[in-house]
Design a protein around this ligand. Structure first.
Ligand code: PEP
Ligand code: MN
Length: 349
């Protein structure tokens, strides 16, 4: 249930409500908005009668959350969640673009790609060092050396870094380099990993599972939120259907659906969503038009020789063109995107 406190509720009254909820066996999550405090109560034993709380002083309303996910729901939190990392705001008016290679391969490749995506307006560098490959014989990533290269490139260009953590045992080492933990589609239901990430205080980009329903996806986000980490970014990356022309079927309709059901920011990955470089820009444009809070896009300075996902990686020039188009689309729906276009200095594409 959600307990909405009155606008003039005192701290003492809030504490009394919290104590009552704890006594009833609930886990309590407090969220303080501009005008009022909302207390989310999840779990709860047989003594969970909401009337015991309704009677308390300072309580304006007690609302039952009918969805199976609680903390992720708009019932729990009406306002959009905005995640702040230094001066970066994810989930606000500005559409945030994360871009970079599928995998870190070498210093030259990471540095070259980072410089290109920054120049085009990306705010976050993406890139994998621990790669979840379908085949055990494919390139598995550079490990910690890849993390080091990615973080150095992000720092050099004043970007944040998002990179994948595949297993709970990697949280510590990935956390030494990443600003945002990425949970891959294949790990969306790795509940022990999600629980451990809930104990961290760093944002988590949670990809939608290959065959996950929206409800299952939001329940996975709930695992992180329930641990007290409220900074989850949902990322639609395509689901598996009977269609084989594209690598996956990018579910654009998930954007308005999730934005209605949840307060969490919704991103779209049109690279894995389509698997084809020529389809990335149209899907990225559609995603922004449909209300996505951001994009994560694979860009490579030499995609034809990429060690993973070359076919879906954009050339830097294509990415720059896309960013210019998004700057026209975003204002049409009341959003902005990289307001300060980065100067074109010696740009050879
Ligand atoms: C990736 O971002 O490179 C990746 C492996 O994504 P996904 O988990 O969506 O397949
Ligand atoms: Mn990839």
């Amino acid at each position: 249930m959600v307990v909405v406190m009155g606008e003039r509720a005192t701290e003492e009254q809030i504490q009394r409500v919290v104590a009552q909820l704890v006594e009833m066996g609930y886990d309590v999550h407090r969220s303080t908005g501009a005008t009022r405090t909302v207390i989310g109560a999840v779990g709860g034993g047989p003594k969970g009668d909401p009337r015991l709380v309704e009677m308390l002083d300072g309580v304006a309303e007690v609302v039952r959350i009918s969805e199976p996910y609680k903390l992720a729901s708009r019932t729990f939190k009406r306002d959009d969640t905005i995640i702040t990392i230094d001066d970066l705001r994810i989930g606000g008016d500005e559409v945030i673009v994360m871009a970079g290679p599928c995998s870190a391969e070498s210093e030259e490749q990471v540095m070259g790609t980072a410089a290109a995506v920054k120049r085009a307006g990306a705010k976050v560098l993406r890139g994998g060092a621990f790669k979840p490959r379908s085949s055990p014989y494919s390139f598995q990533g550079l490990g910690e050396e890849g993390l080091r290269l990615l973080r150095a490139a992000a720092d050099q260009h004043n970007m944040k870094l998002v990179t994948e953590v595949m297993d709970a045992s990697q949280i510590e080492v990935v956390g030494r380099y990443a600003h945002i933990y990425q949970v891959g589609a294949r790990n969306m239901q790795n509940y022990s990993l999600l629980r451990e990430l809930g104990r961290t205080r760093r944002p988590v980009l949670l990809k939608r599972g290959i065959s996950a329903t929206i409800e299952e996806w939001l329940l996975s986000a709930e695992y992180v939120l329930a641990g007290g980490n409220m900074d989850v970014i949902l990322c639609e990356r395509g689901i598996r259907t009977f269609e084989s022309y594209t690598r996956n079927t990018l579910d654009i309709s998930a954007i308005p659906v999730v934005r209605h059901l949840s307060h969490l920011p919704v991103f779209v990955d049109p690279s894995h969503g389509t698997g084809r470089r020529d389809k990335v820009a149209p899907m990225a444009r559609a995603a922004v038009a449909a209300g996505a809070d951001g994009l994560i896009i694979e860009v490579h300075c030499d995609p034809d020789h990429a060690m993973s996902d070359g076919a879906q990686s954009m050339f830097p020039g294509q990415f720059e063109q896309l960013m210019a188009e998004l700057r026209i689309i975003a204002p049409a729906i009341g959003r902005s995107i990289c307001l300060e276009p980065v100067a074109r200095r010696g740009w050879g594409f």
